[in-house]
Design a protein around this ligand. Structure first.
Ligand code: PXL
Length: 276
């Protein structure tokens, strides 16, 4: 069985980051090992969340794994508790990366044009250079704008503009970039993927569901990690991630009393299991 590492926070309440990635990776048939970067009472869309930074555990936990001879088939990271964790996680990647171990980085910083609570420009600067570690980089539009130092309001409006943007992003990691949340038409949403090695560009589009739901990016990232680890190609991985996120959103919106703070991925898991 493939064993994968996912490094991100535990939001005790909120159905995102590790509490969403773990079930997704399990449903995809792989052993998920976790390295929590922080524990939060709830994700930061909740006002006044309690945050406990876990920077201090990174070294001793990974040292123990090394002593046990543990290896991973892929490595990923998402939400960091603080900017200083990036240097440590870079070391973790260096220690556990071997031939064929893909590093998937979701540069979690913000959405809808603004940074999440607790992040600042210094964090953005560090993230920009940390992105170099990524074989696969998964920014949304907000993160893309911050990474490239451009105004969110000045993002492109057409396919040609986005292709230029995604190629610029791919210079950060010289690998694969999957840019999420592109709306070229009012009722469609898509992702544009670029592989800097081959020059390949893929655009994958689905019907747009007009709902702002937290955790979809984390779920998208977990499916991508699982898909690449299972040996799927770029196009297959991206299609599966999009379809599953859409399935989660549909399941959520079917319930008029759905939770505001996360998607119903639980009832969508059989779909993922069948398509993996
Ligand atoms: O879903 C991204 C995410 C992950 N972790 C925490 C968050 C957020 C987004 O708000 O607050 C703690």
């Amino acid at each position: 069985m493939k064993r994968v590492l996912t490094i991100q926070d535990i939001s005790c309440l909120g159905k995102c980051s590790l509490t969403a990635a773990l079930p997704v990776l399990s449903a995809m048939g792989m052993e998920a090992v976790i390295l929590p970067t922080a524990i939060l009472s709830a994700h930061t869309e909740f006002k006044g969340a309690y945050v406990r930074d876990l920077t201090e555990i990174i070294e001793p936990v990974t040292k123990h794994w090394k002593e046990q001879g543990i290896t991973f088939d892929s490595l990923s990271c998402g939400y960091f508790g603080s900017a200083s964790q990036m240097a440590l996680v870079k070391q973790v990647f260096a220690e556990f990366k071997s031939d064929g171990t893909r590093v998937v980085i979701d540069p979690v910083m913000g959405d809808y044009g603004r940074l999440y609570t607790g992040f600042d420009m210094e964090f953005v600067e560090q993230m920009r250079s940390f992105c170099r570690e990524a074989d696969v980089l998964l920014p949304n539009l907000t993160e893309a704008a911050y990474l490239l130092g451009i105004d969110y309001a000045a993002l492109p409006q057409d396919r040609t503009g986005y292709e230029k943007l995604v190629r610029e992003l791919a210079k950060l990691n010289e690998g694969i970039v999957v840019l999420k949340g592109i709306q070229l038409e009012k009722d469609r949403i898509g992702v544009l993927a670029c592989d800097a090695h081959t020059g390949e560009i893929i655009f994958c589009e689905r019907d747009y569901l007009d709902a702002k739901l937290s955790g979809t990016g984390d779920i998208f990232a977990a499916v991508c990690q699982g898909a690449f680890t299972r040996g799927m190609g770029l196009s297959e991985a991206v299609e599966l991630a999009m379809d599953f996120v859409l399935e989660c959103m549909k399941k959520t919106l079917e319930d008029k009393n759905h939770r505001w703070y996360g998607v119903n991925f639980e009832e969508a898991l059989p779909y993922l299991y069948d398509r993996r």
